[in-house]
Design a protein around this ligand. Structure first.
Ligand code: FHN
Length: 437
């Protein structure tokens, strides 16, 4: 297919398929594998150039005896998350499920069992949608050609010894494993394939290596309602995936806004990292969520469970804090999106908007003294309240009073909200504005 013909069709994905995802806005990413034992990033094998025979110690000692996916599901639900995406296989090549195509899988470790099926059952039981992450990259498979992301890339002897690897055989393995995942676990709502890195020098891999067109056809045949990300180096994806960044505006493709989801970590590592200190605090995490929704996107926030199968205290505390906020302020997230262009949020405010209810939400990252000036909202507000306790916020429009004069820039387009002196207890207070319909 020519590049011109390979126009992105993300924007043409049936809107109904995306509806639950668009309304959900907030999901949990989970990175879990042998790297949890190393406890120093999921790329530890590549970063430390660990050969298979040394990395085997993590396989030999993988025994998550405290694994309780029902507890994970309860924590995700309590945090306000509506869907989950779990790494069924990350770059290390280790599979959480009982794959028919490899011995490098959880049932063959001291763990002794399939970890994926109880996971799927537990999260569905809590009413969350279930997605799978599957790594296109595989540092363990004997036919995955050694390239610049492979742990042995700088080992010339290893590269010579494995120069005959056949990527077509690997592509078949990849195809059959993904088909297992699309076939054996019921409805799969999201597929996060990860990642392509084509380059003309031939040190990368892209759609030709993965045989992406064949793979995507099978995926959609097996799971007609599935939502697929954009990392196959092939068109026909359903959403784009800006990662560990905050976009400046709603991403576009071919001049049209496309569905997007940013995936983010609590700290810098996706996999459990015992000694990492860069953990975002509650306010930062809420700002991430609010800013994402205010630009029309979803937030997939990651947890890296320990090798015992638990969410560590740092992750659990942040999930609980976000859950407390979401419990009373979730209306400003679920079903919300970027407000119309005529909405000009006051300084220190980020806005979201629910087009179905016609309600606007102002998230105040600084609590002003008594008055919030909302240019562009004059005459448009029917009622306003602090969302968390539904306490009324007074609203007036236009100039009036000595310091609310035209000299102060107050016009008939200005709505003036009267706020209590004391900031509400919420880490980020929200004002719910009922716009006149
Ligand atoms: O290399 C992976 C990384 O470990 C992690 O899984 C992220 C999550 O989106 N994806 C790749 C980096 O983009």
């Amino acid at each position: 297919m020519s590049k011109a013909a390979r126009k992105n069709t993300a924007a043409s994905a049936p809107a109904d398929k995306m509806q639950w995802w668009t309304e959900a806005r907030f999901g949990m990413f989970i990175h879990w594998g042998l790297y949890a034992l190393a406890a120093r990033h999921e790329w530890v094998k590549q970063r430390e150039r660990i050969p298979d025979e040394v990395y085997q110690k993590y396989f030999d000692h993988f025994d998550p005896d405290l694994y309780d996916p029902a507890a994970w599901a309860r924590m995700a639900k309590a945090a306000g998350m509506k869907y989950v995406v779990l790494t069924t296989k990350h770059h290390e090549g280790f599979c959480l499920w009982d794959s028919r195509y490899t011995d490098y899988k959880a049932p063959n470790t001291p763990c002794g069992r399939d970890l994926l099926r109880p996971f799927v059952d537990a999260f569905r039981a809590e009413g969350l949608r279930v997605g799978f992450y599957y790594s296109l990259i595989d540092w363990h498979h004997p036919e995955f050609p050694v390239d610049r992301v492979h742990p042995m890339w700088t080992n010339d002897e290893f590269k010579r010894a494995h120069a005959g690897r056949d990527v077509r055989k690997y592509a078949d393995y990849l195809y059959h494993q993904v088909e297992e995942l699309m076939t054996d676990f019921g409805t799969v709502d999201v597929l996060f394939l990860d990642f392509s890195y084509p380059d003309p020098q031939g040190t990368g891999k892209g759609h030709e290596d993965w045989r992406s067109e064949r793979l995507l056809k099978m995926i959609r045949r097996r799971q007609p309602g599935i939502i697929v990300n954009d990392r196959l180096d092939w068109p026909g994806f359903d959403f784009v995936t800006p990662e560990q960044v905050m976009v400046r505006r709603w991403p576009e493709r071919d001049g049209r806004r496309v569905p997007w989801e940013t995936c983010q970590t609590f700290s810098g590592s996706w996999g459990y990292h015992r000694d990492e200190a860069t953990w975002k605090d509650e306010r930062q995490l809420l700002a991430l969520l609010i800013d994402t929704v205010g630009k029309g996107g979803n937030l997939l926030l990651n947890v890296g469970p320990t090798a015992r199968g638990t969410f560590d205290a740092r992750a659990a505390a942040r999930l609980e804090a976000m859950g407390r906020w979401m419990h009373v302020n979730g209306r400003s997230i679920y079903g919300c999106t970027q407000p119309p262009d005529w909405v000009k949020p006051p300084e220190h405010c980020r806005a979201t908007w629910n087009p179905a209810t016609g309600r606007l939400y102002l998230h105040l990252f600084d609590w002003p003294l008594g008055t919030l000036y909302c240019d562009g909202l004059g005459g448009r507000i029917e009622y306003a309240q602090i969302l968390s306790d539904a306490s009324e916020v007074g609203v007036r429009t236009g100039p009036g009073g000595h310091w609310l004069s035209r000299e102060q820039g107050i016009t008939d387009e200005t709505a003036i909200l009267s706020l209590p002196v004391l900031k509400p207890a919420d880490t980020v207070p929200v004002i719910e504005i009922f716009l006149k319909r």
